[in-house]
Design a protein around this ligand. Structure first.
Ligand code: APR
Length: 238
């Protein structure tokens, strides 16, 4: 698929939805998970799916926080062209929703309003005892296990393995996909469920994939551009 074709589809669509993964943030300097330089490729004491699980958080809370602070929270990251262009398209009425698997908050930081964060956000943390909110910076500023003023343990508002996604976020995302006439999927290996399965709710005309590498679901897409989503979206005129 050419950039011109992508531009044309965006221009004539009435309801375009964007579904993204970690590959949308690599041009902001954040590693993804499964690429050769991804987070899951770095040598760790336990497999990443173990370290980022609910059980691990409950039983090895300090080790979880050490890994999470080092590998998953990057406050210095800034939105890249993909994030800013999507926010501009939403503002121009050409994009109805962004659905993201990322917890970095970069779509909202770029100005997108209708964002469904399927896996939560590293910018939000809550005390497990009293529910008090803590910002990302507050939990990053301390060493070891961040504790609430009530002495409860603070947990990031992210969906860990073994945990379920937020019902309201899921239904909002599925409704957006189901009523879209164009779905642009980008920067994701489409290997983690239930998120990857949401694509099947799409009933519209144009199912587009913008991804650097091949994915498990390439054959399901009517249009594919293999490349860097920030560079590609930067060429789109609003
Ligand atoms: N432009 C386009 N695609 C890119 C770019 C880029 N600049 N950089 C990386 N990619 C692609 C890679 O080729 C890869 O296919 O993005 C994909 C990233 O895949 P993963 O690392 O598996 O990330 P993601 O699909 O978001 O993972 C889903 O897994 O562990 C969980 O919760 C975690 O949300 C995450 C989920």
């Amino acid at each position: 698929m050419t950039i011109e074709k992508l531009q044309n589809i965006i221009d004539i669509s009435n309801s375009t939805v964007f579904f993204g993964g970690a590959g949308v943030s690599t041009e902001s300097g954040l590693p993804d998970f499964r690429s050769p330089d991804g987070i899951y490729m770095s040598k760790q004491k336990y497999p990443p799916e173990t370290m980022l699980s609910h059980t691990f958080f409950m039983e090895h809370t300090e080790e979880f926080w050490d890994f999470y602070r080092n590998m998953l929270y990057c406050p210095e990251a800034k939105p890249n062209a993909a994030h800013t262009k999507l926010a501009e398209l939403e503002k121009a009425g050409k994009l109805t929703a962004v659905i993201t698997q990322n917890i970095d908050g970069l779509h909202s930081a770029a100005g997108s309003k209708n964002v469904f964060e399927l896996h939560g956000s590293a910018l939000r943390n809550y005390c497990m005892k009293c529910g008090k909110f803590y910002s990302g910076d507050e939990v990053m500023a301390v060493k070891g296990i961040p504790k609430c003023t009530c002495d409860g343990t603070i947990k990031p508002d992210v969906v860990l393995y073994e945990e379920s996604l937020d019902d309201e976020t899921v239904s909002g995302a599925i409704n957006a996909i189901a009523s879209a006439d164009t779905l642009i999927v980008a920067g994701t290996s489409l290997t983690v469920y239930p998120a990857a399965g949401f694509i099947r709710y799409f009933r519209g005309k144009n199912l587009i994939l913008i991804n650097r590498d091949k994915t498990a679901m390439d054959s399901a897409f009517s249009h594919i551009i293999h490349g860097k989503v920030g560079e590609i979206m930067n060429k789109i005129k609003v």
